[in-house]
Design a protein around this ligand. Structure first.
Ligand code: ADP
Ligand code: GLC
Length: 486
């Protein structure tokens, strides 16, 4: 099918990750290579990236890119062809890619991500002869301005796709920044980047993109409604004809219970029941949990309102009261962190909590816990339920977005047909979550039914196979229309 695509993003696994965006951006190039698509990834030159790519070669230079000299470097690592925006005045800062040491957004994020976008748009106009992309695919608000820049570029310029991983994050800035962005005056309009009197990066991208994708079909529908659109639903309804939902896959080489180095014991569908026990023991030891007959639930999550973690806090007495246990790995809002720490102190041996980010423990939890709880209020796709399916860690999920699209609820019909892969609940509130936890505890006691849910999950195709094909088709369609007027 072919196509040269420049993906632009603020994170890429395994170099910089705060969430699922990094996993997806890191996995797509490999998945698409099977379809003849050549995808390179443009990312900011954070210290972690510069350190991993000492050999990278300069392919373009700027005397002044939003306040200082900068270069575009090209390099290869971990099987990824990267283009790095080396702009030390913007990106040479340790730690979280978005937040300063005080935990607040960097005040110059508008320049940092306008610079990333500007560099991508320049490549979309052929600034780097060695790789002239036919399509620039911008991921989330941090890259969205590339779409606006390319809209005003003289042709020939790359076609544009904006991929929305989370519409809650919009890149909203005061109008005073507009003159510094280098966009024509005409762009500061309702039909442009103007948004409630300020500048909206995501909004502008959604307005100008040749195509818009998001990470599941249900979320594509949801964001056209006021309940989920976070103010952008009207624009998305107007652009419904170019909006598609393509569900994420997972990197099945990294997430494979048969070869996962982070597990105490690896396993395959033939021997998983016994061998997962060793991983459960390892979790118990690591988190100071007692052994027990009831299920061991786990959570691997950002601790935020989106993820419904406050609802789970309300369900912990009931969970423990019925003989279940919880192992939680997460970081995020201070109030939630302290609620979970307090719960662990109240129920020693029954609730174990690790506050922080730990890639290795996130694998062990999937490989040893019985079930993963995901009570999200909204979830564009969600990856942890897909890891759960693959690892036989039964997902209990809210019926929203990508969670709704990827899990088959254990209702009577699905249990009879052995097609159930998890439990879904709605509405997303405390009592429905509590009922879902009860239902999981009861099902777990019926070991035959539970094992059949695990097996069906492990058999589910959660690879990139199908979705990579959908992206490849979308690229093909866009390139066929290349000569159409905008
Ligand atoms: P989101 O991107 O909204 O946070 P996803 O489910 O798409 O949600 O992706 C989350 C990713 O981040 C998964 O790979 C998950 O394993 C990982 N993750 C989340 N919290 C932690 C943590 N505290 N430690 C390690 N990995 C985490
Ligand atoms: C976002 C969403 C999550 C999705 C991820 C990758 O962070 O919150 O649902 O899985 O992006 O697309």
């Amino acid at each position: 099918m072919g196509g040269k695509i420049l993906a632009v993003a603020s994170e890429v696994f395994p170099l910089v990750k705060t969430g699922g965006l990094a996993d997806v951006v890191g996995a797509l190039p490999g998945a698409l290579a099977h379809h003849g698509v050549e995808m390179r990834v443009m990312v900011p030159g954070y210290p972690q990236i510069m350190a991993a790519l000492k050999e990278a070669q300069p392919v373009h230079r700027y005397d002044d890119l939003f306040g200082g000299p900068a270069r575009i470097l090209a390099g290869r690592t971990h099987g990824l062809d990267l283009l790095i925006v080396d702009a030390p005045h913007l990106f040479d800062r340790p730690g979280n890619p978005y937040l300063g040491p005080d935990g607040a957004d960097w005040p110059d994020n508008w320049q940092r991500f306008a610079a990333l976008s500007r560099a991508a748009a320049d490549m979309g106009q052929g600034a780097v002869k060695a790789f002239v992309p036919e399509i620039v695919q911008a991921h989330d608000w941090q890259a969205a301005l590339a779409v606006a820049y390319l809209n005003f570029a003289p042709s020939p310029a790359a076609k544009t796709i904006l991929t929305v991983h989370n519409i809650a994050f919009q890149g909203q800035f005061p109008a005073t920044i507009f003159p510094s962005l280098g966009l024509p005056d005409a762009a500061f309009a309702i039909g442009g980047v103007e948004y409630y009197g300020g500048v909206g990066y995501l909004k502008g991208g959604l307005h100008y993109a040749d195509a818009i994708t998001t990470v599941s079909p249900s979320y594509a529908d949801e964001i056209t409604t006021p309940d989920y659109g976070m103010g952008l639903d009207g624009l998305l309804r107007a652009r419904r004809d170019v909006l598609t939902g393509i569900v994420n896959g997972i990197d099945t080489a990294i997430w494979s219970p048969a070869s996962d180095q982070h597990l105490a014991l690896t396993y395959v569908p033939r021997n998983f029941i016994q061998r997962r026990q060793a991983n459960k023991r390892a979790i118990e030891q690591r988190l100071g949990l007692q052994e027990g007959d009831g299920p061991l639930f786990c959570v691997v999550s950002r601790l935020t309102w989106q993820k419904g973690m406050d609802l789970l806090v309300q369900c912990l007495d009931g969970l423990v009261g019925q003989g279940a246990r919880l192992a939680l790995l997460g970081a995020g809002e201070a109030a939630l962190e302290s609620d979970f720490k307090a719960a662990a102190a109240m129920y020693p041996g029954r609730i174990g909590v690790v506050i922080g980010y730990d890639e290795s423990l996130s694998h062990l939890l999937q490989g040893g816990a019985d079930s993963i709880l995901i009570p999200s209020r909204f979830e564009p796709c969600g990856l942890t339920q897909l890891y759960g399916l693959r690892y036989g860690c039964v997902p209990v999920v809210a019926h929203v977005g990508g969670l709704a699209d990827t899990i088959v609820d254990a209702n009577e019909a699905a249990l009879d047909q052995e097609s159930a892969t998890g439990l879904k609940f709605a509405p997303v509130d405390t009592s429905a979550l509590a009922r879902a936890i009860d239902r999981a505890i009861r099902l777990y006691a019926d070991r035959k039914a539970w094992n059949s849910i695990q097996k069906a999950g492990m058999k589910t195709d959660v690879s990139w196979e199908k979705s990579a094909k959908r992206y490849a088709l979308l690229y093909k369609k866009l390139l066929e229309n290349r000569h159409e007027a905008r």
